[in-house]
Design a protein around this ligand. Structure first.
Ligand code: BF8
Length: 671
């Protein structure tokens, strides 16, 4: 084995991925796993100590006290690098939200092909939040007003992004006091770039105040708009059976993998794949039909709503092509590796770009336009079907797992209380009694520099044993899905006794899949509803909850982490810190690292830390949850107190002689 190259088991914990990495080596083909081994990360840039914002540099700071040519200190450089990443992440999410808003407008005006307003109830509820008149008006009229309101938030110059009004009252007041309420979504992103141009904002703490405002424009702005409109147009998710991993690809069907983020395209490809004309076309090509699957957040969008299987998460995009079974990989925006085209040239797979914003040299471009959406989706599928005859040998790993995704906050509300008394009361009560110790949101990417899926699933499983209810999104949710952790009540024997009782009573998996990365806003909404329900304080920072992104790699993850901190959450990132600074630096002088941790905690009640060791992540998560429980005056968590009812108890009881059961249940001997 080449020096520095990890074994397949060290590269990924997923057996399907291991099979495909062996296949890649047999064929002499490169993947991100291999390239990560061969490309040693730059330790100066990696620690946030490289400044390349002007032509006097790049300046690489390697000694304490050193400055760039302009005199910029390491702290200023780190803060500038950090906010630029947050601005890019916020821009990506928010531009997605903007496109959704334009689609809603076009649907309302009857200008699109194939779309409709599927969730009129959500449209009315959302519009009513902003005082849009709903009584006596048609869905199109309401949608028109909501679309206009949402579109205006992007270019708004003064005032406050209206979506922030959906946060708990106390949090809104805090944001006003600290001056971080976004004025307009685009304005904050532009200002982040202006402030970090050579010769502008040079006080690291001042730069980071605007980092919070920029991230807020994402979470309590563009992303929330994206989630709202996706639900209105494509339906609010509810539990549905799905499957995940490369084994969802089919040997005898035309495999089309949709990859990226925006549901406008993928939802239409789903609709087109069920069209009799397309099915007939596939049959004529000698296939049994079209088999659609997803990668990355596009997978989550169509998995949550239609149960379309997920072929995998971020690091599976190349592996799907390596199976030799994919006729077309249809991509839109974000998280699409440039390596796909080169890799696909070794097979028959066509990479089809569709967004006017994204082209990749060597890919086929079929531009998507919502006004002719169904026609274009059919044309994409016909291109894939025409390619079926070119398929060579296939190697599809027979590895797949069932899962139940679809836990929107609306569904959780209904599931806990039913149609007539939908409520978060049972969840709050379970936390207050200690049956559920707290909540962890485990989200974010795969990163080929860590063992694929391992950090996600290790942290998830260990926290479940500690009675922590887990909510997941993005590629982290797909990691858990591949391991069978999102499967109803299966696997509950590995869950703590109190949480198990709750899962058995309500009939939910202990890990709730809440959607794509944009849908992290669903988690903000759940936390807000928990505050509104009462008993867990009057703001998000008082809830015993933690956010984790163990395998993060994207700038969007940094934006998400920052808006969660601004909302009051403790956020833990895995892997090395992108702003760790000098290795031998005295911790006290690490202004930026201290500011985003202790500094932000003083200001917002939430903090951000980078912790590479998964056991330390778990220990700090539990310590934070217990600290918040104590601050609320809740009983200290005690694992021995619960687990005396539910299915677990029934199994235990069935092992007892009948006469002893009464003693076990009522504590009195049989007559
Ligand atoms: O937005 S989790 S790798 S796919 S960035 Fe990308 Fe990360 Fe996956 Fe979705 Ni989110």
């Amino acid at each position: 084995m080449a020096k520095g190259k990890r074994t397949y088991e060290e590269q990924t914990s997923d057996p399907a991925a291991q099979q495909m990495l062996i296949r890649a080596d047999e064929l002499g083909l490169s993947t991100a796993f291999r390239r990560a081994d061969e490309m040693v990360p730059c330790n100066i840039g990696g620690a946030g100590m490289c400044c390349k914002i002007c032509g006097m540099g790049p300046c690489r700071l390697t000694k304490d006290g050193q400055t760039g040519v302009c005199g910029a200190t390491i702290d200023t450089i780190q803060a500038r690098n950090f906010i630029r990443s947050i601005a890019a992440g916020a821009a990506a999410h928010s531009d997605h939200g903007r496109d959704m808003a334009f689609t809603l407008k076009a649907v309302a005006n009857g200008e699109t092909e194939g779309y409709m307003i599927r969730d009129v109830a959500k449209l009315r509820t959302t519009a009513a939040l902003y005082g849009i008149k709903i009584e006596g008006r048609s869905p199109s009229e309401i949608a028109n007003d909501l679309a206009d309101l949402y579109i205006s938030q992007f270019g708004q110059q003064r005032g406050e992004v209206i979506v922030t009004k959906r946060a708990p009252k106390k949090r809104q007041e805090l944001w006003k006091e600290k001056g971080v309420v976004p004025r307009g979504i685009d304005r904050e992103v532009v200002e982040a770039l202006h402030r970090t141009h050579i010769g502008d904002d040079q006080d690291p703490e001042h730069i980071l105040i605007h980092a919070v405002r920029t991230a807020m424009a994402d979470g309590w702005g563009g992303s929330l708009i994206a989630t709202d409109i996706s639900d209105i147009l494509f339906g609010t998710p509810a539990p549905i059976l799905g499957q995940a991993n490369l084994g969802v690809l089919k040997d005898d069907m035309v495999n089309v993998v949709v990859h990226g983020h925006e549901p406008t395209l993928s939802q239409m490809v789903v609709a087109a794949s069920q069209d009799p004309e397309i099915i007939e076309y596939a049959l004529k090509a000698g296939a049994k039909g079209v088999n659609l699957s997803g990668i990355c957040c596009t997978a989550n969008e169509i998995l949550m709503r239609q149960g379309i299987p997920a072929a995998g998460n971020f690091l599976h995009q190349e592996l799907a092509i390596l199976t030799g079974s994919v006729e077309a990989m249809v991509v839109d925006v974000q998280c699409i590796m440039q390596a796909l085209v080169d890799l696909a040239s070794n097979f028959h797979t066509k990479i089809i770009t569709t967004s006017p914003k994204v082209r990749i040299k060597g890919a086929v471009h079929i531009e998507f336009d919502e006004h002719k959406a169904l026609t274009i989706a059919k044309s994409i599928l016909k291109t894939a079907i025409d390619n079926y005859k070119n398929r060579g040998a296939t190697h599809i790993p027979q590895v797949r797992e069932d899962l139940i995704p679809g836990f929107s906050h609306e569904y959780i509300n209904y599931m806990l209380g039913g149609s007539y008394r939908a409520s978060f009361r049972p969840l709050n009560d379970a936390i207050m009694t200690g049956r559920v110790r707290g909540v962890a949101a485990i989200v974010g990417c795969n990163n080929p520099r860590s063992r694929q899926d391992y950090l996600h699933t290790y942290v998830t499983q260990e926290l479940l044993k500690q009675d922590v209810l887990i909510v997941e999104t993005g590629c982290g949710a797909i990691a858990s899905a591949k391991l069978g952790l999102l499967l109803g009540e299966a696997g509950l024997e590995k869950v703590g006794p109190g949480l198990r009782e709750v899962c058995e009573t309500v009939g939910i998996p202990p890990v709730l899949h809440m959607g794509s990365c944009v849908d992290n806003t669903r988690i903000l909404t759940v936390l807000t509803q928990m505050v509104d329900e009462g008993g867990l304080g009057d703001d998000i920072d008082q809830i015993p909850a933690v956010g984790l992104a163990p395998e993060w790699m994207s700038e969007k993850a940094l934006a998400i982490g920052t808006y969660c901190v601004a909302s009051g959450a403790y956020v833990i990132f895995g892997g090395p810190s992108p702003i760790s600074g000098m290795p031998d630096r005295v911790a006290d002088s690490d202004i930026v690292l201290r500011y985003i941790s202790e500094g932000w905690e003083k200001l917002y009640g939430g903090k951000m830390e980078f912790i590479p060791d998964p056991d330390e992540m778990i220990q700090r998560t539990l310590a934070h949850i217990d600290k918040k429980r104590a601050a609320l005056g809740l009983p200290a968590y005690d694992a021995a107190k619960f687990g005396r009812s539910g299915d677990a108890r029934m199994v235990e009881m069935e092992k007892l002689p009948v006469m002893d059961r009464r003693q076990a249940v009522y504590g009195v001997a049989a007559d």
